[in-house]
Design a protein around this ligand. Structure first.
Ligand SMILES: Nc1ncnc2c1ncn2[C@@H]1O[C@H](COP(=O)(O)OP(=O)(O)OP(=O)(O)O)[C@@H](O)[C@H]1O
Ligand SMILES: [Mg+2]
Length: 344
């Protein structure tokens, strides 16, 4: 399988007050063409930072080091201007909070039509991120209000909305993002991704704002996109069960590092890292039928005060002396199943 995405030795540092702190710490990851890979971990483990680095959309106080090759091009060294050409047609991201990536003053139908127009071209498709927009007196040209009466939504736009199970697609198409619920906004983002038919799709918690039924529908739509169009999907979630439903491989992140990586079935049925075991054990319905559910004690470390040795050691009931002093590295335990843990 050709790699659509190859991340090697990636670090993401944030400047906070007087110092720098690393949110992503030496991540290596490849995603094949048409592969769905799940990235899972607790809040603060660096999932969004990894996703934003791949898209070259990190905020201004962040710095990425290492290599990110998307469709054979290095993204870290790519000037921001050129990175735009890769977003849109080549790669697209569904954000954790979709309001930040929809243009607040464009009707849904216009945004979908723009996606159709930019498909297949190396055309600049703006990503709207609320935290990166400065709007002095609302005069940012990107905020110029469109015509009051816009053209009727195109059939393709309406069909895309129907595909993501929006109940009244014609009416929704004529609305502005702020007139939609969180779940509707997320579905509009997903519809947009379908219209763009990207080669690489980064989906950061794309279904968190949805109810369970819609979540399942949207997941199967994402899977269909990958299967039919050969789209590679990086699917980010804090829920290892959701990831298990869609991903062929799973990467488990802890404190900015990938601590376990392997085929989904291997990781779920035979988790090796005590952290992965904890994540699976902490799912209420449980895989362990009948056994008492074990929660992971404590909470993830502050990236400004990481422990020495294995970053998980303060929460690990198997921690040995070596775990407190020596960093871990990935070892292949069975075919394609890697773990970074001193127990092995
Ligand atoms: N813009 C920023 N400036 C400074 N620190 C940041 C910034 N964004 C994220 N961080 C820090 O980087 C670490 C990783 O954050 P990130 O958002 O990547 O985690 P996450 O796994 O996506 O979490 P969640 O599940 O809550 O979305 C956290 O400690 C966070 O506080
Ligand atoms: Mg996140």
């Amino acid at each position: 399988m050709t790699d659509a995405l190859k991340v090697s030795g990636l670090w993401v540092d944030y400047r906070t007050k007087a110092t720098w702190a690393s949110a992503v710490r030496g991540v290596d990851l490849t995603v094949g063409a048409g592969e769905v890979i799940g990235v899972v971990g607790e809040s603060g483990s660096g999932k969004s930072s990894l996703a934003l680095a791949i898209m070259k959309l990190l905020p201004a106080n962040a710095k990425a080091r290492g290599r990110i090759e998307v469709l054979g091009r290095d993204m870290v060294g790519l000037p921001s201007r050129e990175a735009h050409r890769y977003r849109g047609a080549g790669m697209t991201m569904i954000f954790q909070e979709p309001m930040t990536s929809l243009n607040p003053v464009m009707r849904v139908s216009e945004q979908l039509s723009e996606a159709v127009r930019s498909r297949g071209e190396h055309h600049k498709l703006e990503m709207y991120r609320a935290d990166s927009l400065i709007v002095p007196g609302g005069r940012d040209p990107r905020f110029a209000l469109g015509p009051e009466r816009s053209a009727p939504p195109s059939k393709e736009a309406v069909d895309a909305l129907r595909q993501v199970r929006i109940s009244d697609p014609e009416r929704t198409a004529s609305k502005y993002p702020h007139e939609l619920s969180g779940g509707e906004r997320q579905r509009v983002m997903i519809a947009m991704s379908f219209l763009l038919r990207p080669r690489v799709l980064v989906a950061d918690e794309p279904t968190t704002a949805l109810d369970v039924t819609t979540q399942a529908q949207v997941l199967s739509l994402l899977l269909g996109l990958s299967r039919d169009e050969g789209t590679s999907v990086i699917f980010v979630s804090h829920d290892i069960l959701v990831v298990g439903q869609v991903a062929q491989r799973v990467a488990v992140m802890y404190a900015g590092e990938v601590v376990e990586l392997g085929p989904t079935e291997a990781v779920l049925k035979n988790p090796l890292h005590p952290y992965t075991k904890g994540l699976i054990g902490s799912i209420p319905s449980g895989f362990k039928g009948g056994k008492r559910i074990e929660q992971i004690p404590g909470s993830p470390p502050d990236i400004l005060a990481l422990p020495s040795g294995c970053k998980f050691n303060p929460r690990c009931k198997f921690a040995m002396e070596r775990c407190r002093t020596e960093e871990t590295s990935m070892k292949e335990m069975e075919k394609d199943h890697f773990v970074a843990c001193h127990l092995y």
